[in-house]
Design a protein around this ligand. Structure first.
Ligand SMILES: *Cc1c(COP(=O)(O)O)cnc(C)c1O
Length: 406
């Protein structure tokens, strides 16, 4: 390896319209470039207190134990399982996509038995089916489900699923990695027990952080466990000493600059207001949807079950799936996502998450597709998709104006 040929790495500017990461605002990137300080520095400790408040805000909760797990969403997921699942436990896992499948893996690796509620890819988890399964599985202690399945773009009814789980005395582990900030995640009102997310989806922060929240049921359960939690790093009883108290003991070196970034990203979200953030995700989704449908493309998921932040569209028979993605990257430096698992080669996934959820990105994507698709053997009338998106934005503006004057 000729190390003397290596130069500074300068990444290209991309429009990240895939399933995450999303684009990061310059304010957040600037926060990351501020000087590193010690994780016990009183100023840092103050910042952490604010960060916990901001995490409570985005989850709409007052849970004492709300903190960013150091690690990507996958670590946030594992953190919930190792703390809430003991060897020999029975855990009901709802599987309607890739990430539910990963939860099953976590249960197995905790030495527990997964009881799988097999759902349909592209459809939400069925609360009645969950209830039937829990009736037949009285030993079940935990129910785990994915609120927003990124592999299909489906949102499940977290409130109802949690209510069913509690009726049968089960704690809930909820994956809110993609759902958080794109659609409401009301941890308190819906009574969710252990919830985790990730920095790089609708929070538009750097990857590698998993803002999570745990209610008192979780804290009580974990602190009353008699056995040793199988992961040293994720042992919540030790984390409680670091994030939970004002007198801190060293556990691990926090990802300091990443936490500055999360503080800034969540602050921006709070400045915009959660409800406005949800409305922005919906508005740009509607414009994208109208544009894609104007080109004759079909969605995988029924309208009422869709996440506005991730649209899954079927690849037309004649078209090469990877070629559209390659051409979009080349023509417009724009990334979209491919299908996972059984959907590989069959769908494209268009993400409009966090800072990426902007009209100009929607319009760039649609205009580029109008240019590219005919060359891939799929005729499109020039201008048709962009016009449909513009028409949707105009209708939204008219409706907003009418509301303002009403
Ligand atoms: C992205 C994602 C994850 C994993 O997050 P990483 O940060 O990639 O580890 C987990 N669950 C869902 C629903 C996701 O979309």
């Amino acid at each position: 390896m000729a190390a003397d040929t290596i130069e500074t790495f300068i990444p290209p500017q991309r429009i990240l319209m895939g399933p995450g990461p999303s684009n990061i605002h310059p304010r957040v990137l600037k926060a990351m470039s501020e000087p590193v300080i010690g994780y016990m520095d009183p100023i840092f400790v103050q910042m952490m207190a604010e960060l916990k408040d901001l995490i409570r805000y985005v989850y709409q909760t007052d849970n004492m134990l709300s903190y960013p797990v150091s690690g990507p969403g996958s670590v946030g997921m594992e953190n919930c399982f190792v703390n809430l699942v003991q060897p020999g436990d029975k855990v009901v896992v709802c599987v309607n996509g890739v990430f539910g499948g990963r939860m099953v893996e976590n249960v197995l690796r905790c030495g527990a038995t997964p009881v799988i509620l097999e759902g349909v890819w592209g459809e939400p988890v069925d609360p009645n089916a969950l209830e039937d399964l829990l009736k037949k599985t009285p030993e079940a202690r935990v129910v785990a489900f994915v609120h927003g399945e990124t592999s299909t773009g489906v949102v499940s009814d977290a409130k109802t699923l949690a209510a069913v789980a509690h009726k049968y005395d089960c704690l809930t582990i909820v994956d809110a990695v993609t759902s958080l900030a794109g659609v409401p995640v009301l941890a308190k009102e819906w009574d969710l027990d252990a919830v985790y997310s990730a920095g790089q989806k609708c929070l538009s922060c750097t990857p590698g952080l998993s803002p999570s929240t745990f209610n008192q049921r979780v804290v009580d359960y974990v602190t009353s466990r008699k056995d040793k939690i199988q992961s040293w790093f994720m042992d919540m009883t030790m984390i409680l000493e670091y994030w939970g108290k004002t007198v801190r003991t060293y556990h691990h070196t926090a990802p300091i600059n990443g936490l500055y970034a999360l503080h800034e990203a969540l602050l921006m979200l709070k400045e915009e207001g959660l409800e406005n953030v949800w409305a922005r995700h919906r508005s740009n989704y509607e414009a994208l949807r109208d544009g894609l449908e104007a080109m004759g493309l079909e969605f995988l998921v029924k309208e009422e079950n869709r996440l506005p932040q991730i649209s899954t569209v079927k690849v037309p028979e004649s078209v090469s799936e990877p070629q559209l993605r390659a051409e979009l990257l080349k023509m417009s430096s724009l990334e979209i996502g491919a299908g996972l698992g059984p959907l590989a080669g069959k769908v494209w996934r268009f993400g409009l998450m966090g800072q990426t959820s902007r009209p100009d990105y929607v319009l760039t994507c649609l205009a580029s597709m109008e240019k590219i698709l005919p060359g891939l053997g799929y005729p499109v009338k020039e201008g048709i998709a962009v016009a449909a998106a513009h028409k949707r934005y105009a209708a939204q503006h008219a409706a907003a104006a009418e509301k303002a004057f009403a």
